[in-house]
Design a protein around this ligand. Structure first.
Ligand code: FPP
Length: 266
């Protein structure tokens, strides 16, 4: 599709021969509105190279940067990255501290890219349990990008899907202030989730081959197309992302009905 190729070349800047080949198969008018990513496999990537696990996390920041910039340039509305789950506190203390430091460093270093791409930042999860410095930096990142009008980048940090639903229910109960009220609706619950105002993900990408949802966006992925790749997160480059988008466009989305729209598009 020559039209598509022209558009993409302009949006993405120089592309490799491999990317150009994949782009020929991609319709830029039918991209997912919201992409969610489980960035898995940093530890295995490092292990394969006889490096400490944390080297994998550091290498993973480059894949995060590429994914963020590519999605923003392709005008995807929302991108949500799973950076730290409520279960991740079970990891060794040194690894947790490294991840928290890496995130702070990342926010500082990537702010010019975030601003240049007109990205709004959000953080999904329970902030109360995060170290003070991390809370401060995440607050500042949200404030600094609040006026931007492009893609919403959400970083799931101290995030749990079940915790999110519990938090939403408690927020609804608190609003009612002990006065009962009508039955809770799906729409009302959605409005109280951390992702309020975002469309549900159309596409969930998981790297490194595990066939699990791992407590990520449990409510929101009800109808998401799931793409699992064996590629480890630090190896997930722009070509692999574009391949995931092509795969998405080949899916038949029926939302439980039988009258299938022809393509996976919005
Ligand atoms: C999973 O790999 C990855 C994480 C728990 C951390 C994710 C963090 C990054 C990719 C870097 C920072 C990114 C941002 C956006 C700041 P794993 O350790 O579970 O890998 P394994 O399953 O191979 O052990």
């Amino acid at each position: 599709m020559a039209h598509s190729l022209e558009l993409s070349a302009a949006a993405l800047g120089p592309v490799t021969a491999e990317e150009s080949h994949i782009l020929e198969k991609l319709d830029l008018e039918r991209l997912p509105r919201h992409i969610a990513v489980i960035m898995d496999g940093n530890g295995r990537w490092a292990q394969k190279r006889h490096l400490p696990r944390v080297a994998g996390h550091r290498a993973g920041t480059q894949s995060a940067r590429t994914t963020i910039e590519t999605c923003a340039r392709l005008k995807v509305e929302a991108l949500t990255l799973y950076a730290f789950s409520v279960e991740n506190w079970r990891r060794p203390k040194a690894e947790i501290e490294f991840l928290m430091q890496l995130l702070r460093e990342y926010l500082r270093k990537e702010m010019p890219l975030i601003q240049r791409n007109n990205i709004r930042m959000r953080f999904l999860g329970r902030p109360d349990e995060l170290p003070d410095g991390v809370r401060k930096d995440t607050r500042e990142a949200m404030e600094a990008t609040a006026g931007n009008t492009g893609m919403v980048l959400s970083i799931a940090l101290n995030y749990g899907g079940r915790a999110e639903i519990v938090d939403a229910m408690n927020a609804i109960l608190a609003e009612r202030n002990g006065h009962g009220g009508a039955a809770v609706t799906e729409e009302q619950l959605s409005r109280h989730l951390y992702t309020a105002n975002l469309p549900d993900p159309d596409l969930l990408i998981r790297t490194s081959g595990e066939m699990r949802v791992s407590n990520f966006l449990l409510w929101q992925i009800a109808y998401a197309e799931i793409f699992v790749t064996e590629t480890l997160w630090p190896d997930f480059n722009r070509a692999r992302l574009l391949e995931a988008l092509v795969d998405f466009q080949g899916r038949e989305r029926r939302y439980g009905g039988i009258d299938a729209p022809k393509t996976a598009a919005r």
